[in-house]
Design a protein. Structure first.
Length: 223
């Protein structure tokens, strides 16, 4: 995209043409990465007292903070009756990217004596800043403190990181029972983050049971 900058006479009138030079300078935004470096001479005349300059903005498809660069004006033609005020301005590039974060799998199976259920959370695109989501457990047929330890954890993706794991401890109560389930839920207050999928189901599978039948028994007859 581009940003249009207007330069013109704010007060009074011009008796002749006056030329000023507009120059960009880096702030948190970097020329060639975030915007096109620009240095251009602008001439205002008695018949055209305002001019516009377009500065190109680079869309880098990266999630980052809003960034700024500055503009400065200086006189090129000598004009003792001309004052440049203000002679600087700041341009803010508002980041418009969104990132998608979600569970790698919407269903995770773990045996009751398996120790921990491990859930993987993935980030879809690269980052230039930290992004955080909150993981929390929610009971279904499996109940917290009876079947699993409730877990709440802040997960922070730093630049270069695209995968994080969170573990939930499973409680083995030693009793035979049907499959039970609880849920992992992701949330965030970051407006630049979309969460898809935001929920995963954790199935707690009963431990394997070995039955001893009469076919496995050895009969001993005493005389």
């Amino acid at each position: 995209g581009t940003v249009s900058v207007s330069v013109g006479v704010l007060e009074g009138e011009l008796g002749r043409s006056v030329t000023v030079r507009l120059t960009t300078a880096d702030g948190t935004a970097i020329a060639s990465e975030d915007y096109k470096y620009t240095q251009v001479d602008i001439t205002c005349s008695p018949t055209q007292m305002q001019q516009s300059v377009a500065i190109a903005i680079n869309d880098d498809n990266l999630l980052e903070f809003n960034e700024t660069f500055s503009l400065s004006l200086s006189l090129v033609s000598i004009a003792s009756t001309v004052t440049i005020d203000p002679n600087t301005a700041q341009i803010t590039i508002v980041d418009d990217e969104k990132v998608v974060i979600g569970f790698a799998s919407e269903v995770v199976n773990v045996e009751e004596d398996g120790g921990n259920a491990v859930l993987t959370v993935l980030l879809a695109v690269s980052l230039q800043r930290n992004v955080a989501v909150t993981f929390e457990t929610s009971s279904g047929t499996a109940k917290d403190f009876s079947d699993y330890i409730p877990t709440s954890e802040k997960m922070t993706f730093t630049p270069g990181v695209t995968s994080l794991e969170v573990s939930v401890h499973i409680i083995d109560d030693g009793f035979p029972e049907f499959n039970e389930q609880f849920f992992g839920v992701l949330s965030t207050s970051d407006p630049d983050v979309l969460i898809r999928p935001h929920r995963a189901t954790v199935n707690i599978l009963p431990n394997a049971i070995v039955n001893l039948t009469t076919e496995n028994a050895v009969e001993v007859i005493s005389n």
